[in-house]
Design a protein around this ligand. Sequence first.
Ligand code: SF4
Length: 288
Amino acid sequence: MEAMLYEKLPNLKVKCLVCSHYCILNDRKKGICGVRKNIDGEMHVLNYGKTVASSIDPIEKKPLYHFLKGTNSYSFATAGCNMRCPWCQNYAISQSPKKLTFTKEFEISPKEHVRRALHYQCPSISYTYTEPTIFLEYAYDTMVLAKKEGLKNIWVTNGFMSEETLELILPLLDAANVDYKGKGDVYQKYCSGNAEAILRNMKIMKEAGVHLEVTTLLIPGVNDKLDDIQSLVNDLVTFLGDDTIWHISRFFPAYQMKDLPITPKNTLLKAKEIGHSAGLKRIYLGNI
Ligand code: SF4
């Protein structure tokens, strides 16, 4: 199907407006995410309606600790991601379109997702497991129907969507957990993306009244130096305020980073201390 947000350029080129990569693609080329393709000068979405994972999760697993506490959230994803973090726990589905590996997909309509959420008495739908930005059209159609049924919409996201995408979804978005890895060189070196766009997007969400919680996976040798943590905490306080809810998550070896150690418990406790010293009041340790 044709994508929602893109520009046609001369010579059958297109510019995708869905995430902050803003890929410019020649005819027959796919974007960084591997799920958007220029076909004859039109941008097409390759993953609409193709669910690779769906489940009913406690909302605390997103993690959201201060939104619809104690409820379950109906959750689903398509394959694909606009980042390529080498520690991704869900790499089998997030990276499969880029690597052209097989992922079993199920055709499930937005209406069916909403029906299931209602049937299982979930008061919310979470767009999660991979990056919802790259399945924008599928998520958007589901969000519209969910809203009509009184369900809340939650994005669990890397926060690297474009401002155009954010503007489109904000009226439908109730809560988000954004993964923030810190300024340093983490995004450039490991993931693709940049911290500035993510901080901007979190600020926009917060100002629009979206319930926001932030998660940081602390990875040994990647973003666990005390200076890095201090700078990350400063970002949260400066951009979002000291009422920011911050989840510090423990790294376990995965994907291309199986040789790294588990984050020492002491590092997590130190990060918590740094956060508290900077004024953050609600800090939670995860995977511990
Ligand atoms: S969603 Fe992002 S990564 Fe995918 S084509 Fe668009 S700009 Fe590129």
